[in-house]
Design a protein around this ligand. Structure first.
Ligand code: ADP
Length: 445
C-alpha cells in the first residue's frame, strides 16, 4: 500500500480523500492557497503546504508549485481529485518523469480518452454505438455546414478537448450555423488552448446515463453500475441518482458491458466514468469518458457499498482486482444534490461570502460531503459547489422523501444557495415520476 501521498486539490474532495487515506493508514500532505489557509481539510492532513495566492493559475493549477511541494514533502504519489489538474495529461506526464505516482490512469490512456474525437473512434472500434456525427475534427466551416445538412438539424458543435459544458453549441438551422461554429471554436481555444471541434447529431430530450468503472493495472475491470445525471442546467449536472430509474435489467447489462469494452480497448487503469445519452427508445450512444473520480461518485458508493476513493488508492498501490462482477451488487436508490453558492433567483449568479449560520441535515440515510462550516468564507476564486447532499433509501420514492426532508433541514445563511432550486425539482411531479431528460430544468424552471 502507498504510505504517503499529496492531494492536489481543495475543498470537499480533498477532505474526502484524506478520510479514505486515514482509514487505509496512508499519510496525507495537503496543499492550499492563501485563500484556504483556514480550511478544515488542512487540520486533518498530516502536513499542509501553502502553494501560492488565491488565483488558481498560481496555486491549484500551477504544476511546478505542486510538484515542488510533492518533492519537499517526499510523497510517493499525487491524488488529483476532480477538476483542476485531474485530466491534465501534461501534469500526469510531469509526475511520471519526476518519479511520482499519479493516482489515475496512464498518460497514454488519459490522452486517448481525453480527446473526445479519438474516444469516439475507440468506442466504435469496441462496437459501442456513438452519436452519429463527423468522422473527426472539422476545420472548415463550409465542410461542416455541408455535413450538418446531411445529418439534419438540430446538430451540436463540440470541442474535441471539451469539458464542463464549454465549447458546445446547439444549432437548429443554416442561418445560425456559421456564427455558432466560429463561436464554439473561439470558446474552445480560450478554454482548452485547442480550437478543434467536431459535429454530433443533437439527440432530442435524452437522458444522461453514465457507467462507473474501476480497472487495475493487469487488465481487470469491474463496473459499479450507472448514474442518471439528466438533471442539468446549461449542460452542467445539478442532481444525480443511481440506479437510472428507467433502465431494464437487459439494457443495464448491455450498457455496462459496452462501457467495459471501451475501457479495455483503451488499456485503462484506475477510476473512469463512461458517459452515454439514452433516447426514448432505450437506444444509448457513447458521448465521452472522464478519466478521474467524478463529483457524483457518492451515489454509486451508497448503492454498491464500495468506497471508490479507497479503490483508487488500492489500485494505485498495485493491488489486483480479485472480486468478481457478480459480487458488486446494487442496493436501493441514492440521490445527490449539488449545493452551490449561487442565487437561483438571479440566474444562478455566484454568491460568495461568509456563512454565519450553518446547520447540516442528518438522520437515517443522509450523508453530507462538504468542507464548509459556520464562519467559513466562500471564496469567489473557486468553483461555487460548497456541499453535496446525498441520501440513500430502499426505494426511489423513499429517497425523494428523505432528500426533500434533508434539503428543508439544511441551513446555510446568509449566502444564497441552490437548496431552494433542488427542492423545487425534487417536488416536481415529472421528477417524481422520473419523466426527465437533460432539457427538463430549462423547460420547467
Ligand atoms: P462536457 O465534457 O463538456 O461535460 P459532454 O460531451 O459530456 O460535455 O456533454 C455534456 C452534456 O451536453 C450532456 O450530458 C448532454 O446534456 C449534452 N449533450 C452532449 N452531446 C449531446 C448530443 N449529441 N445530443 C444532445 N445532448 C448532448
Amino acid at each position: 500500500m502507498l504510505s504517503r501521498i499529496l492531494i492536489a486539490n481543495r475543498g470537499e474532495i480533498a477532505l474526502r480523500i484524506i478520510r479514505a487515506c486515514r482509514e487505509l493508514g496512508i499519510e496525507t500532505v495537503a496543499v492550499y492557497s492563501e485563500a484556504d489557509k483556514d480550511a478544515p481539510y488542512l487540520q486533518l492532513a498530516d502536513e499542509a503546504i501553502c502553494i501560492g495566492p488565491p488565483d488558481c493559475a498560481q496555486s491549484y493549477l500551477n504544476v511546478p508549485r505542486i510538484i515542488s511541494a510533492a518533492e519537499v514533502a517526499d510523497v510517493e504519489a499525487i491524488h488529483p481529485g476532480y477538476g483542476f489538474l485531474a485530466e491534465n495529461s501534461h501534469f500526469a506526464r510531469v509526475c511520471r518523469d519526476c518519479g511520482i505516482g499519479f493516482i489515475g490512469p496512464s498518460v497514454e490512456a488519459m490522452e486517448l480518452l481525453g480527446d473526445k474525437v479519438a474516444a469516439r473512434k475507440l468506442a466504435s472500434k469496441a462496437s459501442v454505438p456513438v452519436v452519429p456525427g463527423s468522422d473527426g475534427v472539422i476545420e472548415d466551416e463550409s465542410e461542416a455546414l455541408k455535413l450538418a445538412n446531411k445529418m439534419g438539424y438540430p446538430v451540436i458543435i463540440k470541442a474535441a478537448a471539451g469539458g464542463g459544458g464549454r465549447g458546445m453549441r446547439v444549432v437548429h438551422n443554416d442561418i445560425s450555423f456559421r456564427s455558432a461554429f466560429n463561436a464554439a471554436r473561439a470558446e474552445a481555444d480560450v478554454a482548452f488552448g485547442n480550437s478543434s471541434v467536431y459535429l454530433e447529431k443533437f439527440i432530442v430530450e435524452p437522458r444522461h446515463v453514465e457507467v462507473q468503472i474501476m480497472a487495475d493495472n493487469e487488465g481487470n475491470a469491474l463496473h459499479f453500475y450507472e448514474r442518471d445525471c439528466s438533471i442539468q442546467r446549461r449542460h452542467q449536472k445539478m442532481i444525480e441518482e443511481s440506479p437510472c430509474p428507467v433502465l431494464d435489467k437487459h439494457t443495464r447489462e448491455e450498457l455496462c458491458e459496452s462501457a467495459l469494452r471501451i475501457i479495455k480497448e483503451a488499456d485503462y487503469s484506475n477510476a473512469v466514468t463512461v458517459e452515454f445519452l439514452l433516447d426514448d427508445d432505450r437506444n444509448y450512444y457513447f458521448i465521452e469518458a472522464n478519466t478521474r473520480i467524478q463529483v457524483e461518485h457518492p451515489v454509486t458508493e451508497m448503492v454498491t457499498g464500495h468506497d471508490l476513493i479507497k479503490w483508487q488508492l488500492k489500485i494505485a498501490s498495485g493491488h489486483t482486482i480479485k472480486t468478481s462482477q457478480r459480487n458488486i451488487k446494487l442496493n436501493g436508490t441514492a440521490i445527490e444534490c449539488r449545493i452551490n453558492a449561487e442565487d437561483p433567483e438571479n440566474n444562478f449568479a455566484p454568491c460568495p461570502g461568509t456563512i454565519t449560520r450553518y446547520i447540516p441535515p442528518g438522520g437515517p440515510g443522509v450523508r453530507v460531503d462538504t468542507h464548509v462550516h459556520q464562519g467559513w468564507t466562500v471564496s469567489p476564486n473557486y468553483d461555487s459547489m460548497i456541499a453535496k447532499l446525498i441520501v440513500h433509501q430502499r426505494t426511489r420514492t423513499e429517497a425523494i422523501t428523505t432528500m426533500r426532508r434533508a434539503l428543508q433541514e439544511f441551513v446555510i445563511e446568509p449566502i444564497k444557495t441552490t437548496i431552494p432550486a433542488c427542492l423545487d425539482i425534487l417536488s416536481h411531479n415529472l421528477f417524481v415520476k422520473s419523466k426527465i431528460d437533460t432539457g427538463f430544468v430549462e423547460r420547467n424552471f
